[in-house]
Design a protein. Structure first.
Length: 305
């Protein structure tokens, strides 16, 4: 490899100014930090081998390259997800329980696990158009070119995605102290192994979404309703007991309160995120698929992203 020239360093610095936005696009589109980073790395390699004279808008050029790479991944993933065992959730972004104010996740409602779960139920073309236009202000003319469709069709994809997101939108994010209080009350009730007490800590429309990919134990289907969720939680603590709670640490998962559960014995490691509604735990997202936990650091404070 040759020496890095001044122009190489300048190009790398200019590219780095766009990196956060590009990772954000990739993660929302694919639900995978690894896929997002791979797409951004590929964009860098293509940029390094491109005649810069033909790149008038670097940000737009990079957005187009990363988006197109992610679209290919989205379409192939849609086929794989038809065979996926149980619910599918995005890879969790785990940060310290008291993150830096500049943390990209902390104040982004569209990065909440509850929002991403709904987003990734959209067909790929709808998700693509909605994320790029509504989330990153990409013009419909450029989206249409990337999707190889008419501009009117791109608008329709975004409109349908927006409507479905609005219809299924999670409750507004409660203030952090309210969320933490609800989670603490739920954990206290779970530790008591009292189904009635657990139920009182849950919202009437509570739900559990467990993502294992068939490789660890959790709910194979969404568990819906306060009573069923209470029995499910009591069943888990009854089966695994202290093994499930050993070493559990509070963290933030995609900006919301959650738990890092290292697991031991038969209890698989997991990341648990919650969504709070009306001061009660509403949705629980139980990520136990080991492929989605490879970036989690269990022994020290999680690395922030």
């Amino acid at each position: 490899m040759g020496a890095v020239t001044t122009s190489d360093a300048a190009l790398a610095a200019e590219f780095d100014r766009h990196r956060g936005r590009l990772i954000g696009i990739g993660y929302r589109l694919t639900g995978s930090i690894a896929d997002a980073e791979d797409a951004v790395q590929e964009a860098w390699l293509r940029l390094a081998g491109t005649d810069r004279a033909g790149v008038r808008d670097l940000g737009g050029w990079l957005t187009a390259v990363v988006s197109r790479l992610c679209l290919d991944r989205m379409r192939s993933a849609a086929v794989r997800r038809e065979r996926y065992v149980g619910p599918w959730l995005p890879e969790p972004i785990v940060t310290a329980s008291d993150p830096d104010p500049a943390d990209l996740v902390a104040d982004r409602d569209d990065l909440r696990m509850a929002a991403l779960r709904v987003l990734h139920e959209l067909p790929p073309d709808q998700r693509f158009a909605f994320v790029l236009h509504d989330g990153f202000d990409v013009p419909f003319s450029e989206i249409a070119e990337l999707l190889d469709c008419a501009v009117a069709t791109a608008r329709q994809h975004a409109s349908r995605g927006r409507r479905r997101m609005t219809d299924a939108a999670p409750a507004e994010r409660a203030p952090l102290p309210v969320q933490q209080e609800a989670l603490d009350a739920f954990l206290t009730a779970v530790a008591s192994r009292d189904v009635a007490a657990i139920g009182r800590a849950l919202h009437p429309d509570a739900a559990v979404y467990g993502d294992s990919g068939g490789r660890a134990r959790t709910a194979r289907r969404p568990v819906l309703g306060r009573e069923k969720v209470a029995r499910f939680a009591a069943g888990l603590i009854g089966k695994y007991g202290d093994e499930l709670l050993a070493g559990t640490r509070p963290v933030r998962v995609n900006g919301d309160p959650g738990l890092l559960v290292p697991g031991t014995g038969e209890a698989a490691p997991r990341v648990l995120a919650v969504a709070v509604r009306d001061g009660l735990v509403a949705d629980l997202f139980d990520v136990v698929n080991p492929d989605k936990l490879t970036r989690v650091r269990w022994d020290v404070h999680p690395q922030e992203w």
